[in-house]
Design a protein around this ligand. Structure first.
Ligand SMILES: O=C(O)CCC(=O)C(=O)O
Ligand SMILES: [Fe+2]
Length: 413
């Protein structure tokens, strides 16, 4: 018997091995869209992305060459002055100018026009006021929010005025007592029967999915504030169905409404002059701030690419504010195939999404840690006497937090 024709691997086996190698080496992301590719790049932890590839409107001379030539400084129609923006010792040109980018029709960026104190006041009032009922946050899904609000509990806790011996310390869960797992909550500290009184716990999470393993537990205020993700105002938005609930509305924060009217007035008439010129026209007399969201991001949070299109009015500009730590924002186009631009959002920055940009893909793939500006820390050099008392609590929360507020005109005019 001759073994000369024998080979350790038959042709069929060789073919199978080759197929396996090809499968292993194939780039599973080769068909991903440009939007998704950049989203993944900025979400990556190891190795971290190169943040110098992000457009920083405060350091435009360092902007990547491919973007620099497309960015145009534009004059605002009305200057951003007044108590809500705060006073600045020297004339800040940020109050007179915005930026536009070739290829992103209707995108207008205003680099922080606020004084440090104006930002602190806005953040302080917002956190105190809008973490209380009737404002609704993601925490309402599972917790019975007390009338003083979670932020005020956290302030009291931080100042040593509230500890685990106080009855209010643990915010009760909206749990069906029959579903509470043994040992998950301390029965001595929470009376679940009163916690559920008046509430119908439906066993669903924010996305409308059935909760199988709740992992829910009563939490001290400092843990609860870290779990705050969103607060809605104006017309209420139902996240699972991405629809507005027309018969439910809570007041649009007055300071935010006033700021937003000023911004809408400032950008009315902004022109982009280039190969494809455009003018943004939307009068502040036609503008009504009717709804929006505060988003709260902790370091590992991100917001996937999406289009905000639930509003019947998609012609009014959407105005968006950033406070706290920096984030990377991706401004895309009509679909995920348009390569987006990565934009650094610093505290105080304002973005307007107008015209086609109002209906464009966007997202926040990354929060950049350790980027809280000095004027928002407890060591800020210009704290008022009352801020010396109060601000450190806010500063400690902001050390890891980015806050976004975005305001929309919801119904058609
Ligand atoms: O956090 C941001 O800057 C964007 C938020 C956003 O796009 C949204 O809430 O729809
Ligand atoms: Fe959005």
């Amino acid at each position: 018997m001759s073994f000369s024709g024998y080979s350790a691997t038959s042709n069929r086996q060789k073919k199978l091995q080759l197929q396996q190698v090809l499968k292993r080496d194939a780039d599973p992301y080769q068909n991903q869209t440009p939007f998704r590719a950049l989203e993944r790049k900025f979400k990556r932890r190891v190795p971290p992305p190169d943040f110098s590839e992000v457009i920083d409107f405060q350091n435009l001379d360092k902007a990547p060459e491919e973007y620099r030539s497309r960015i145009k400084r534009v004059e605002l129609s009305e200057k951003l002055y007044g108590p809500l923006f705060g006073s600045v010792s020297e004339e800040s040109s940020a109050r007179n100018f915005g930026y536009t980018v070739e290829g992103f029709t209707g995108f207008i960026f205003i680099s922080n026009p606020f004084s440090g104190r104006a930002q602190r006041n806005f953040i302080r009032e917002s956190l105190r006021e809008f973490t209380k009922p009737p404002y609704i946050s993601n925490l309402d899904t599972h917790y019975v929010i007390p009338s003083c609000g979670v932020w005020n509990l956290f302030e009291q806790e931080s100042k040593g005025q509230l500890n685990e011996t106080s009855e209010e310390y643990f915010v009760p869960l909206k749990l069906d007592p029959t579903k509470v797992k043994e040992g998950k909550q301390d029965a001595k500290l929470i009376d679940t029967s009163s916690a559920t009184a008046g509430y119908q716990y439906n066993g669903l999470n924010e996305k409308g999915e059935t909760i199988r393993n709740t992992h829910l537990e009563v939490l001290p205020p400092h843990e609860l504030v870290k779990r705050l993700r969103w607060i809605t105002f104006g017309y209420q938005y139902h996240w699972p169905t991405k629809a507005y609930i027309w018969n439910e509305a809570v007041c649009v924060p007055p300071a935010l409404a006033e700021l937003t009217r000023a911004v809408v007035g400032a950008i009315d008439g902004v022109k982009f002059e280039g190969e494809s010129s455009w003018v943004h026209n939307y009068s502040k007399d036609d503008y009504k701030p009717e709804g929006g969201v505060f988003n709260f991001y902790q370091p590992r949070d991100s917001l996937m690419g999406h289009i905000d299109q639930s509003e019947p009015n998609l012609t009014a500009p959407l105005i968006s504010y950033s406070f706290g730590c920096n984030g990377v924002f991706l401004m895309g186009g009509a679909d995920r195939n348009t390569p987006p631009i990565p934009v650094l959002l610093r505290s105080g920055d304002i973005m307007a999404m107008c015209g086609p940009c109002r209906k464009a893909f966007h997202g926040v793939p990354r929060i950049i840690e350790d980027t809280l500006p000095e004027y928002l820390t407890s060591l800020a050099s210009d704290l008022d006497p009352d801020e010396v008392q109060d601000w450190p609590v806010f500063a400690s929360y902001l050390t890891t937090t980015r806050i976004n507020a975005n305001v929309r005109q919801v119904v058609a005019i």
